[in-house]
Design a protein around this ligand. Structure first.
Ligand code: SF4
Length: 89
């Protein structure tokens, strides 16, 4: 069996990289937009993973459970942060 031609096509490679860059730029832009309204400490189950206190934390009566985030994804969450106070749990 004859080996395939594996010569490097710089134009094809550049086009592929440009396509990949465009895809990652879109993902990054969407993430930037999302972070303007969704707190980065809020996990997928709407639990707070921050190590500081926040007015939006609602503690549940379950040992070891992360507090529920009661913040809205439509409002700026940063004014609720109390980063000078360590969370106690
Ligand atoms: S409780 Fe506060 S710090 Fe925690 S995820 Fe919600 S907004 Fe963010």
């Amino acid at each position: 069996m004859k080996p395939k031609d594996q010569s490097f096509d710089a134009n094809k490679a550049k086009k592929s990289l440009d396509t990949l860059f465009g895809i990652f730029a879109d993902i990054s832009n969407n993430a930037d937009e999302l972070l303007k309204s969704r707190c980065p400490y809020k996990n997928a189950k709407s639990r707070c993973t921050a190590k500081f206190e926040c007015k939006n934390q609602h503690y549940v009566n379950q040992f070891g459970a992360l507090p529920v985030c009661t913040g809205s994804d439509f409002l700026d969450y940063r004014s609720a942060w109390q980063t000078d106070k360590k969370r106690t749990y």
